[in-house]
Design a protein around this ligand. Structure first.
Ligand SMILES: [Fe+2]
Ligand SMILES: [Fe+2]
Length: 227
């Protein structure tokens, strides 16, 4: 399937648990109940697109830093790119086993648009503040899936838990980086609200699919999405 965003060069230095998940499940069929399968097939394109976009955010910053603009964080960025690559691989592995929703092109287009707009014409510090807020919301979605209808021991639940652990680390890395670049502490609530509104707009059409998986979008967005 054509990706939302082209791939970045492969980095190998992820320490994410997701690597082990891929090793364990890459040759297995992951069994879902029919209704969960249909719901997940609508959500995975949005998640996969997010992982591809995240790779570019951190890859670009890695390149910018290695040219001397803000040295010292290259390794951390490389590791994040590598994490996002593993997330994409694992989610794509599940996606390949699921039916394709009939409106897949429009789902992909909408998420592509969301991520392209996301980093458009803003400062680096605001961009990383946004990324911290977005990843914090992704953590909340993963937590809701974990507590949801698939059950605590389902392979996809296990994957979400591992992705959540990585994303929590990305939240603090992005947050610290934004602050280092000059982002003002007092601006977090506004930024959080803005990111939550945009993501809510993207996900609202998939409310029913989230509900089938036991995820209440209102709960996701009611939280602080604390970065
Ligand atoms: Fe990710
Ligand atoms: Fe991330």
């Amino acid at each position: 399937m054509k990706p939302c965003f082209p791939s970045v060069p492969f980095f190998e230095n992820s320490q994410s648990q997701v690597r082990h998940w891929i090793e364990q499940y890459q040759n297995q069929t992951i069994v879902f109940e029919k209704e969960h399968e249909a719901a997940l097939s609508r959500l995975l394109p949005l998640l996969v697109c997010g992982e591809q976009s995240a790779q570019w955010v951190f890859f670009n910053e890695h390149q910018r830093n290695s040219q001397g603009s803000h040295q010292g964080s290259e390794q951390a960025f490389e590791r994040i790119v590598a994490d996002e690559q593993l997330h994409e691989m694992a989610l794509a592995l599940v996606q390949r086993q699921l039916p394709k929703p009939s409106d897949l092109p429009s789902l992909k287009r909408r998420s592509q648009h969301f991520y392209l707009e996301f980093g458009h014409q803003i400062t680096f510090m605001d961009h990383f503040a946004q990324v911290a807020c977005l990843d914090a919301l992704v953590c909340r979605i993963m937590l809701a899936i974990e507590r949801g209808e698939l059950g605590a021991q389902h392979p996809f639940t296990l994957l979400c838990r591992m992705i959540k652990q990585d994303e929590a680390r990305h939240v603090s890395a992005s947050k610290h980086y934004a602050l280092e670049l000059g982002f003002d502490h007092s601006a977090w609530p506004t930024m959080r609200g803005r990111v939550a509104d945009k993501l809510h707009q993207l996900l609202e059409s998939e409310r029913a699919a989230f509900e089938v998986l036991g995820v209440d979008l209102d709960w996701v967005f009611k939280g602080q999405g604390e970065p």
